[in-house]
Design a protein around this ligand. Structure first.
Ligand code: HEM
Length: 397
């Protein structure tokens, strides 16, 4: 079967918006990804997305950011600054774990570090399962580990979370509580609409596991790269980098520049359900695989001047987001864009910027005086062909 690779910004944008192109990147990752929002197509995707989208209404994350996001970030960082060192991968996961568990609807009965670590271990395993297509390990071995992690997740976290929500939904039906008393999370939405969605217990389990890993892995990855890029910028141009410490909008532009240069998902992949002609004239036969090379498109020189350069102050065309295609586009566009990336000042209604989790994390890290540990340089992930750090030790001054 033919494979067509698109690496120009405009072509990738066009392909993201074509309804004839269905998700094809996660076929190998079915153990955790089967029937998840990201792999559904057509009407099934539309109905599931509508149900889940309600949780991600504009304004929700601005409210979160005002009320508690900063505290979560600073509280998670504190024990590390006390000991004087941290690993950015662990720190990133620990911070985002609390938030993605809230979004997914996975209760944290004790809120202890041991519980966060258990979720972190499970999310990492789910992520390994989802990206099986890129693994350099024995795929069957990975699949068995992911299946065991799903069982543990179900037993320890999901069943108690389902029981609590089912009881609340019964009380709502009996008129004992109000709509506003329900938790606003994916699990509650799925349980509430399970007949309309025709969703099985197994699919609910995979959807929550998928959210846990989709939200945490990409955010932790963006955070480690954002810090790495910032440290390199500060070594090259200390004066410019220093100004960003007290300028949240510039720090957010730093994060967007990192997302452009190191998208957590460097490629998206689709399969043509019907023959189509792309706007650039390419004829795509039915069944062909289309690779959307996000990493290459984000370095398209016709859109981004000096594309290889990390320049947070760069000018970009008005219709192009600073992160390029890092959050995808079209029907599968990232549902967590605003939570992770915030809203750029230029797009913020009533001038109230939402910084997003990654910027809040970078801001707190720099405020704590973090710098790379000269004795223990960062390591790339040897088990993935993707551009991930496996560890990134830092020291605090
Ligand atoms: C820096 C952080 C993040 C990045 C770079 C990122 C990137 C992406 C990309 C590229 C896609 C589309 C993939 C494709 O089209 O094949 C996507 C989809 C998705 N993301 Fe994110 N993501 C991030 C954070 C989050 C967070 C925090 C959540 C939730 C808590 C989340 C939930 C999702 C979901 C549910 C989808 C599937 C949407 C659909 O299929 O309709 N992401 N993300």
């Amino acid at each position: 079967m033919s494979t067509i690779t698109l690496d120009r910004y405009a072509d990738v944008r066009d392909a993201f918006r074509r309804h004839e192109l269905a998700q094809a990147l996660y076929d190998a990752g079915g153990v955790v990804m089967a029937d998840c929002l990201l792999v559904l197509h057509g009407a099934e995707h539309r109905v599931r997305r509508r149900v889940e989208n309600r949780l991600f209404r504009r304004g929700t994350f601005r409210h979160w950011e005002r009320e508690f996001l900063r505290d979560v970030v600073v509280d998670t960082l504190r024990p590390f600054t006390t000991t004087g060192r941290a690993d950015l991968i662990e720190l990133g996961y620990r911070t985002i774990m609390t938030l993605t568990a809230m979004v997914a609807g996975v209760d944290r009965p004790t809120g202890s570090d041991a519980e966060t670590d258990a979720l972190y271990r499970l999310a990492k395993k789910f992520s390994e399962g989802a990206t099986l297509v890129h693994t350099t390990r024995d795929p069957d071995e990975v699949r068995a580990e992911v299946a065991a992690a799903l069982d543990e997740f179900d037993r320890v976290f999901l069943q108690p979370s389902i029981a609590r929500r089912t009881a609340l939904l019964e009380r709502l039906a009996a008129g004992e509580i109000e709509e506003s008393d329900l938790p606003r999370d994916v699990l509650t939405a799925l349980l509430r609409h399970r007949e309309e969605l025709g969703i099985s217990d197994d699919a609910i389990r995979r959807e929550c596991a998928f959210y846990l890993q989709a939200g945490s892995h990409s955010t932790a990855d963006a955070f480690s790269h954002a810090a790495d890029d910032w440290f390199a910028w500060s070594a090259r141009d200390p004066e410019a980098a220093e100004t960003s410490r007290n300028d949240p909008a510039l720090l957010q532009a730093c994060v967007y520049e990192t997302l452009r240069l190191h998208p957590a998902s460097p490629v998206a992949q689709r399969r043509a359900e019907a023959p189509i002609a792309l706007r650039n004239g390419t004829e795509v036969p039915a069944g062909a695989v289309v690779v959307l090379d996000i990493a290459a498109a984000n370095r398209d020189a016709t859109v981004f001047d000096r594309p290889e350069e990390y320049d947070p102050t760069r000018a970009v065309p008005a219709e192009v987001p600073r992160w390029g295609h890092a959050f995808g586009g079209g029907m599968h566009a990232c549902i967590g864009t605003e939570l992770a990336g915030g809203v750029p000042m230029a797009a913020a209604e009533d001038g109230q910027q939402v910084l997003g989790t990654v910027t809040l994390m970078l801001e707190a890290l720099l405020a704590a005086g973090a710098r790379p540990d000269p004795e223990h340089p960062a390591q790339r992930d040897p088990h993935s062909a993707r551009d991930h750090f496996a560890s990134y030790p830092v020291l605090f001054s």
